[in-house]
Design a protein around this ligand. Structure first.
Ligand code: ASP
Length: 291
């Protein structure tokens, strides 16, 4: 089958012993996205499906299992973008939705591009996404990490999820996050900002980013990688975007698919979990690469 899927489970430092869980998680998400393509689904739906699987996986910092903010609850951001027509939808600071990426897709389908907080929740109800108990998003592991951070270990990042997909015609990207551990209430990172954490453009490619959102936002990292494609090609494009983030003082990773289905990814953190599949085969890794 023609098509390409590349999924990430966040850049950062994976706690010892959790690598296998992370790789199994991104592989499951990749397979779910591939199944959408095999059933004739479009890149956008496949990217959303991959991210939804990871939002439901408690080992990742998105949906269930998100990090807790300073007040001890979950606030999530998500975005989706379709290369064709450059349509975009995002939500920020959402507290009572099980799958923020589905809500971002509903925003994309509406007359808006971005809804935040209470308004995003109301819109979710209008679109038939039921109210989800915020306590059900909190896992014992994240509660424990938050208690440690509250005792002075400070905030950290890891486990944001995203996917880029080529369906044989076009490209799409989706990203979802609980943000940064112990973040200030109302803090929003790069994930839901078009061109920062998520970007797709027909004829060029699509990117989903993970890392220190404040720097990715200022670097317009996702757009920067996509815009660099014609001149530099996929491998150098991801490196250039990350170099820009690094020059500002941040670190993280990017996954990219070109408009003809070439995959590339890179990170400046100790690791980043990825899983991919294209016509040539499938794989999972904790490192840098391209297919
Ligand atoms: N980029 C996300 C944010 O800043 C966090 C991450 O990717 O780990 O909200």
């Amino acid at each position: 089958m023609v098509g390409a899927v590349l999924v990430h489970g966040g850049a950062g430092r994976v706690e010892p012993g959790r690598e296998a869980l992370r790789l199994a998680g991104v592989a499951r998400a990749r397979d779910a996205a591939w199944a959408v393509l095999e059933a004739g689904g479009a890149a956008l739906e496949a990217a959303v499906r991959a991210v939804e699987v990871l939002e439901d996986d408690p080992d990742f910092n998105a949906g269930t299992g998100s990090v807790l903010n300073r007040d001890g609850f979950v606030e999530m951001d998500a975005a989706v973008m379709n290369g064709e027509g450059r349509t975009f939808g995002a939500v920020a600071a959402v507290r009572d939705v099980k799958n923020p990426v589905r809500l971002a897709l509903e925003v994309l389908r509406s007359e808006h591009v971005f809804l935040a907080g209470e308004g995003a929740s109301r819109f979710a109800r209008e679109r038939g996404l039921p109210a989800h108990d915020p306590r059900a998003l909190v896992t014992p592991r994240q509660l424990e990490r938050w208690s440690r951070a509250r005792r002075g270990a400070g905030g950290e990042k890891s486990g944001t999820v995203g996917a880029v997909v080529y369906d044989g015609r076009g490209v799409a990207a989706a990203t979802s996050t609980g943000g940064i551990l112990d973040q200030r209430v109302g803090r929003v990172g790069d994930t839901p900002l078009p061109g920062a954490g998520t970007y797709a453009e027909a004829g060029l490619g699509a990117v989903s980013a993970t890392g220190h959102g404040e720097y990715f936002a200022r670097a317009l990292a996702a757009y920067r990688a996509v815009a660099a494609l014609p001149e530099h090609g996929p491998q150098v494009a991801v490196r250039l975007a990350l170099a820009e983030v690094e020059a500002l003082g941040g670190s993280g990773g990017l996954v990219l698919v070109t408009a003809d289905g070439v995959l590339a990814w890179d990170h400046t953190t100790p690791s980043m979990s990825v899983a991919w599949r294209d016509a040539a085969g499938a794989g999972e890794a904790m490192g840098k690469g391209s297919v």
